[in-house]
Design a binder for this molecule. Structure first.
Ligand SMILES: [Zn+2]
Length: 103
């Protein structure tokens, strides 16, 4: 009789059902949970409208991107962030307050 359920694996001497073979294997191959969320400590978000309002920072791809209307956010340069930090301190302190409350 061929193809009966519970038939031992050919070449295997054990009378244990084959199911014993793959259960532990699945345990091993199960991906390890690496749900570590990457929180970028960028502090505050520089918005496109503010870039337009205050001008682009020289050499900052983030500003160039915002100006060209590209929806993909690019990293700001340190100079740019410092500059906008000052701008926000002066013009929009509530924006910075919100951030500090969160973190
Ligand atoms: Zn910038």
């Amino acid at each position: 009789m061929e193809g009966l359920p519970g038939k031992p694996v050919p070449g295997r001497d054990s009378i244990e059902p084959p199911i014993k073979l793959w259960v532990p294997e699945e345990e091993i191959t199960r991906p390890i949970e690496t749900r570590k969320k990457e929180f970028s400590k960028r502090g505050f978000k520089i918005e496109r409208e503010h870039v337009r309002e205050h001008g682009l920072t020289l050499g900052c791809k983030g500003c160039l991107n915002a100006d060209s209307g590209n929806p993909v956010a690019k990293n700001r340069t340190a100079t740019c962030r410092e500059r906008f930090l000052k701008i926000y301190e002066e013009h929009k302190p509530e924006k910075l307050l919100k951030v500090t409350e969160k973190s």
